[in-house]
Ligand binder design. Sequence first.
Ligand SMILES: Cc1cc2nc3c(=O)[nH]c(=O)nc-3n(C[C@H](O)[C@H](O)[C@H](O)COP(=O)(O)O)c2cc1C
Length: 201
Amino acid sequence: MNTYTTSDLETLPARLWSELERAAAEPANPLRTPVLGTSNLFECSMRVVVLRRADAAKRQLIAYSDARAQKVHQLKLCEQAHWLFYDPARRAQLRISAGTMIHQNDAIAREHWQALPLAGRRNYCANLPPGTDIHAPGDAIAPELKLPSVTKKQLEVGYENFAVLVATVDQIDWLQLGDETHVRAVFNWTAAGWSGLWLVP
Ligand SMILES: Cc1cc2nc3c(=O)[nH]c(=O)nc-3n(C[C@H](O)[C@H](O)[C@H](O)COP(=O)(O)O)c2cc1C
């Protein structure tokens, strides 16, 4: 049964952030693969991404993308993005709104690129932008870059296409389903910190 009380509004943001921080480090955690929604002001588009890092102190969520992908084009038009997380075992939904900066060819991009295993770097080595039509499924990446013997140096071509999306969260809408009652709260970032309100679910 959901037994939240008024004072839980004070403690929930820290708890939610610590769940996100943990999820980013746990490959099997369902919160590690949220849906990221972006908009070009006329229509929205959504896709699953990997949450690479969450940082409560900085209010940041971090994901990676090919810099030529549609999400990056949309974030350049409209930096406000929406992240949707769902944990089916706990029946908890988080809808997060965040202004997003794109880092490419800078110190932040370099730091994350260095930490990326070689297999991950290969994803940014396609000759053409994501979504371009190709003749056969394997045509996206040059055959020599797919060999197990591929070197760090060979994969460096991917760095040009590597983007780090750094989202600074300004709102968290949390919904906890229960057997009898559901509980929902919204937290807005203010000069005084997270300010919470209970909402009708
Ligand atoms: C489980 C899963 C994880 C994914 N992680 C990422 C990711 O971290 N970054 C990314 O750009 N695309 C990721 N994708 C692929 C995206 O969902 C999407 O197909 C791709 O980024 C192109 O989207 P866009 O053209 O809208 O930018 C992932 C897909 C799945 C199914």
